[in-house]
Write a protein that binds this ligand. Structure first.
Ligand code: SF4
Length: 202
């Protein structure tokens, strides 16, 4: 496992979260918008979103229909608009306008599941975090690190074999590799630096 971690590190030394954000709540909301959508598209939509609603209180008081129009390009816009408005209200009412730093509290926020909560805990609070997005799940299976598509089981499996301080960056690197080489339909095993570690490759 150490060799695989080191190989990924060498291949993607500066891997990072590809969602852009300026504040704690923007990371939370942008991650919600990224469900079933690309980070690249969210990074475009968020420019419009935070120009229209520059403060958390503006989001809390937003008109649902107007918010829906703005987040529509991200898909599932009825749910996402409501989650953003409801999330902003809860942050203001119950958490002093700050994104909370525990899994338990994060999971109380509308639309927040373990994947989002892990990303927030890792990015904002420096906590060990396994972010099981679609690339992470696919690559963890191909690399033989788990044999399940269930995000919680993947998370638990990776937590057991990756040192806590490496977990977040390991997941960011899996995403980078999933986009660049180990794509869902056409993994480019011939030019993959992980081929020697990969039971699926070849
Ligand atoms: S060898 Fe192929 S399947 Fe394995 S990680 Fe590389 S690209 Fe993906």
């Amino acid at each position: 496992m150490q060799e695989l971690i080191a190989a990924l590190k060498e291949m993607y030394p500066v891997a990072a979260c590809t969602l852009q954000y300026d504040t704690d709540y923007q990371l939370l909301f942008n991650t919600r918008l990224a469900a079933q959508c690309t980070d690249a598209r969210v990074n475009i939509v968020k420019e419009v979103l935070y120009a229209r609603y520059p403060a958390l209180a503006d989001i809390a008081e937003a008109d649902v229909a107007e918010m829906e129009e703005i987040v529509k390009p991200c898909g599932f816009y009825h749910h996402k608009a409501r989650d953003l408005i409801g999330g902003a209200r809860m942050l203001l009412d119950e958490f002093g306008g700050k994104v909370p730093g525990s899994m338990e509290e994060l999971l109380r926020l509308p639309g927040v599941g373990r994947k989002t909560a892990n990303l927030v805990l890792g990015e904002l609070f420096g906590q060990p975090a396994v972010v099981t997005d679609t690339h992470c799940i696919r690559l963890a299976n191909r690399l033989g690190l788990c044999a399940t598509e269930d995000p919680v089981k993947v998370e638990n499996a990776l937590r057991e074999i990756i040192p806590p301080e490496e977990q977040l960056m390991f997941c960011h690197r899996l995403v980078a590799h999933g986009r660049a080489v180990c794509r869902a339909r056409k993994p480019d095993c011939g030019r993959c630096g992980l081929l020697t570690y990969c039971p699926f490759g070849g």
